[in-house]
Design a protein around this ligand. Structure first.
Ligand SMILES: Nc1ncnc2c1ncn2[C@@H]1O[C@H](COP(=O)(O)OP(=O)(O)OP(=O)(O)O)[C@@H](O)[C@H]1O
Ligand SMILES: [Mg+2]
Length: 230
């Protein structure tokens, strides 16, 4: 990808420095010739006018191509599914655990502020699997939500020792990763579901859609704002 971007930047520069400059100078010369033409409206004047229009078109086209190449040379932020892949790779390296990743391409990505919270939640769930289920098979999946347009469903699971969520309380001061997840996700309109039982591993689902997001943000607004916007 970086190689393609570099190539686009080089091409844009070459087009600008060579072709666009030549066309600009040719246009100036034609302008001078046209201004010096003794009999406006004669055959020579018409040919000059036509040649000038053609060069003007060529220059405009060249500048459009330069613009497109420069756009293509801009570094693009990784897509949400690519960010999930990168995150799984990073946590896998830290925990030395293989994480099976099954991330479908997402057509409508969540807004950046939501994506940040979702990625933080995945990080915590994958890290938990690495810490509390060493050697287990860990899996991360991402799917487009078939029930809610533009929504996504994330799942993190492991087949480790599992635990009883009723009994799982922060074991020591500052251990609160899992406990903070539901509220943090609710704030951006995501739903969190945890299935965990001793001996049966852990499965966590996060569901987000633009519709859920709007409803949740409205619910967390002060009453006065809700009243004025309804
Ligand atoms: N994947 C898992 N497998 C087994 N037990 C788990 C798993 N995830 C969480 N737990 C249990 O739930 C407890 C609470 O998890 P939580 O993420 O809140 O705390 P922590 O991971 O111990 O600390 P912190 O996340 O703050 O660094 C854990 O201490 C552990 O006993
Ligand atoms: Mg944790």
């Amino acid at each position: 990808m970086q190689a393609v971007q570099d190539e686009c930047a080089v091409l844009a520069q070459a087009l600008h420095d060579d072709l666009a400059q030549l066309l600009s100078f040719a246009l100036i010369q034609l302008d001078i010739a046209q201004a010096a033409s003794t009999e406006p409206g004669d055959y020579r004047d018409a040919a000059l006018r036509h040649g000038r229009d053609l060069i003007k078109d060529a220059l405009r086209t060249t500048r459009d191509v330069i613009g497109s190449l420069l756009d293509a040379a801009q570094p693009t932020a990784p897509t949400f599914d690519a960010q999930c892949l990168l995150l799984a790779g990073e946590i896998g390296r830290i925990t030395r655990q293989t994480i099976d990743v099954d991330c479908a391409p997402i057509t409508a990505a969540p807004p950046p502020a939501v994506a940040t919270v979702l990625l933080r939640a995945i990080r915590e769930l994958l890290a938990n699997a690495g810490k509390h289920a060493p050697g287990a098979r860990v899996r991360l999946s991402l799917r487009q939500d078939t029930q809610h347009a533009g929504g996504i469903v994330l799942a993190v699971s492991d087949n480790g020792p599992g635990f009883d969520p009723q009994c799982a309380r922060p074991t020591a001061r500052g251990h609160c990763g899992l406990h903070r997840l539901p509220a943090a996700l609710r704030k951006v309109g995501a739903q969190f579901t945890l299935h965990a039982r001793p001996g049966l591993g852990v499965r966590a689902h996060i569901r987000w859609s633009p519709r859920l997001g709007t409803a949740s943000i409205m619910a967390s607004m002060p009453a006065v704002i809700k009243a004025t916007s309804s």
